[in-house]
Each structure stands twice: as structure tokens, then as C-alpha cells.
Design a protein around this ligand. Structure first.
Ligand SMILES: NC(=O)c1ccc[n+]([C@@H]2O[C@H](COP(=O)([O-])OP(=O)(O)OC[C@H]3O[C@@H](n4cnc5c(N)ncnc54)[C@H](OP(=O)(O)O)[C@@H]3O)[C@@H](O)[C@H]2O)c1
Length: 250
């Protein structure tokens, strides 16, 4: 299928959860989309569903912790799309290891995906985007609160780093005309929390911390991301959109 004049977006972590919902939301909103994920079958299936919305769509299999592979996949996705207007970085891993049991290796593994994987995507997007390009990273309320839901030290610290990295990128990339924002979701019903949510008491306790007293659907987070990626958010950069049903209010 030839390159079109639709807006073009890359979504990482597109095989599952918030990334999958974002790929589909952007396809519905008129983008051509490329999904990057470790999970080949999953990302191909979500790309196939995105095509039902009239989008050119394709999955690319990559581990975001492998810099050379990520640079190559990112370039291949931009070539296939015929440019890049928007990037959402949703690839991420959780970690619920109790504080005293967190090893340095575990900390590094979580950072490799959540922080360094995000950084490489930001850097590569800046190389491929023209002025007007828009980026949305995915942090977490864990990065604002220091954890407290299911995630602990390595996860909370990695998401705090994503918040700072996003603001730094917004400063650094402004001169290229690129805007960078982040969404900080609260509990969102995806495979990442499915196991924890089997504990009904834990789920109710966490949900009760937010004024809406519920878990978000991934589609609700995807709509927040799509807004930050859209030209409607033209004045917004360096911002954190807290999408958590009123858990963190500041
Ligand atoms: N769900 C929540 O409550 C919640 C709350 C706040 C923030 N978040 C954040 O939202 C983002 C998306 O999470 P989610 O809930 O949608 O989780 P998810 O359903 O587990 O989706 C994450 C996706 O990222 C992929 N991935 C993991 N490591 C990767 C790597 N090294 N390279 C490429 N892809 C990789 C996963 O592939 P595999 O499945 O093959 O590993 C999966 O497809 C994460 O950054 C998460 O921290 C989630």
C-alpha cells in the first residue's frame, strides 16, 4: 500500500494494554501507524485490527533495550510510514519486588526498558520528525507518589525518571519544533495488573484511593495520549497529564 498524506505515528508497547489501545485510537483518529513491541504475534494482530479503521498499519518486532535493534526498527518504521508526526512510548515493565529484595540487576533491568528504552525512542524520533512533531511518554502515578499501588522501588524510580526525562526532552527538542509530554496513568486494566487485581481486597483498596473509586480502561488512557499527540494540544509541552480518576491531585 503506498504512503498516504495521513498523519504518521509510532507506538511502542503496541501489542498489549495501553499501547495497543493507543495504536487503535490513533488509527481511528486518521493516522497511519507502526507498532513496535517484543511480542511479534501480538503487535501483528493489533496492527491488523488498526487496518479496519482505514489506516496503513504494520507491526515491527524489537526489544527496546537493544539500542542497535531499536534504532534500526525505528528507522524502518519511519521509512515504511513515509515520515513521523507522533510517537507514544508505552513499552514498559512493572516490578513488585519488596524494597529490601531489589537487586541492582533488577533495578538495571527495569531501567533498561522504562527509562533507557524511552530515551532512545525520544532521540530517534527527534532525528526523524519535522517541526510540529509531537511525543507522549507514559509515566505512572508511581513516579509522582513514589509507588504505593503495586509497583515498588525500581518501578517508582524508573517512572520518576520518565517524568524528568520528558521535561528535559521538551526543553531540548523545542528548538526543533517538537513537543514532548507525558501521561501518568493510575491503575489501568491491562495484563500488567491482571495478576494483582485477582486479589479483590488489594484491588478495592487501590481503587478506593482515587475519588472515582475505579480502575481505568486502557482506552481512556489512549484518549489522553491521543489528545497530547494532536495539534489541539499545540500549546502544551513539558506537561504531565495525570489520568488516574483523582488519585493524585496537585
Ligand atoms: N496498567 C497500569 O495500571 C499502568 C499504570 C501506570 C502506568 N502504566 C504504564 O503504561 C505502560 C504500558 O503498560 P500496560 O499496562 O499497557 O502493560 P502491558 O499490557 O504489559 O503492555 C506493555 C507492552 O510492552 C511490551 N514490552 C515490555 N518490554 C519490552 C521491551 N523490552 N521491548 C519492547 N516491548 C516491550 C510488552 O511486551 P511483552 O508482553 O511481550 O513483555 C507489552 O506488549 C507501561 O509503561 C506501564 O508502566 C501502566
Amino acid at each position: 500500500m503506498p504512503v498516504t498524506d495521513r498523519r504518521k505515528a509510532i507506538v511502542t508497547g503496541a501489542a498489549s494494554g495501553i499501547g495497543a489501545a493507543t495504536l487503535l485510537e490513533l488509527a481511528r483518529a486518521g493516522y497511519d501507524v507502526a507498532g513496535l513491541d517484543l511480542n511479534r504475534a501480538g503487535v501483528d494482530e493489533v496492527a491488523r485490527r488498526a487496518a479496519h479503521h482505514g489506516a496503513r498499519s504494520r507491526g515491527f518486532t524489537v526489544d527496546v533495550t537493544d539500542e542497535a535493534a531499536l534504532v534500526a526498527a525505528f528507522g524502518a518504521a519511519c521509512d515504511w510510514l513515509g515520515g513521523l508526526d507522533a510517537l507514544a512510548t508505552s513499552a514498559g515493565v512493572a516490578d513488585t519486588t519488596p524494597f529490601m529484595d531489589v537487586t541492582v540487576q533488577r533495578f538495571r533491568d527495569v531501567y533498561a526498558v522504562n527509562v533507557i528504552g524511552t530515551f532512545v525512542c525520544l532521540r530517534e524520533a527527534a532525528l526523524h520528525m519535522k517541526p510540529g512533531g509531537r511525543i507522549c511518554t507514559v509515566a505512572s502515578v508511581a513516579g509522582l507518589r513514589g509507588g504505593g499501588l503495586s509497583g515498588t522501588a525500581a518501578y517508582a524510580a524508573s517512572k520518576g525518571a520518565v517524568l524528568a526525562l520528558t521535561k528535559n526532552a521538551a526543553r531540548a527538542l523545542a528548538e526543533r519544533g517538537i513537543s514532548v509530554n507525558t501521561v501518568a496513568p493510575g491503575a489501568t486494566l491491562t495484563p500488567m495488573i491482571e495478576q494483582a487485581w485477582k486479589n479483590e481486597a488489594h484491588r478495592r483498596r487501590v481503587e478506593g484511593m482515587a475519588v472515582q473509586n475505579r480502575t481505568a480502561a486502557p482506552e481512556e488512557i489512549a484518549k489522553s495520549i491521543a489528545f497530547l499527540l494532536s495539534p489541539d494540544a499545540s500549546i502544551v509541552t513539558g506537561a504531565t497529564l495525570v489520568a488516574d480518576g483523582g488519585l493524585v491531585m496537585y
